[in-house]
Design a protein around this ligand. Sequence first.
Ligand SMILES: [Zn+2]
Length: 161
Amino acid sequence: MQCPFCGDNDDKVVDSRPAEEGGAIRRRRECLVCARRFTTYERVEELPLVVRKRSGQLEPFDAQKILAGLERAASSRIEPEVLAEAVISIEEDLRSVGTEIGSDQVGMAVLDALRAIDAVAYLRFASVYKGFDDVADFEREVGELRRQERLEKTTAPKPRL
Ligand SMILES: [Zn+2]
């Protein structure tokens, strides 16, 4: 490792210990040329998340693309910070599935996130994603939304009197 003081590449590790709750190894190093000490952190390289399209083609997961899709559906109904957080949680959800995911899983994750945030934005996104052709498609989706709302209400804990 290059010494930040003299630029030489010769050093010895004088101490290694876990850091960041085991997510990294912290190493204390001593430069063999100038004898000054510095610290390095070693982490596992984050695996790239790839999306398999319906055509079978693979492409890297693009958080910006997800954000753009959310912004289009939200069209100023939702705060930008809320959308940015939604993108992060969508990516986390997808990463928990694996490093290669289907484009349909991405679409479903976006729909799940939007459903919890804003019904209108959800319907807008669903109309594009699911390719709604007519009013009946919207009615079916709205019916589904209502059904789920009722379900959430009945399963929610009753307020204490
Ligand atoms: Zn040095």
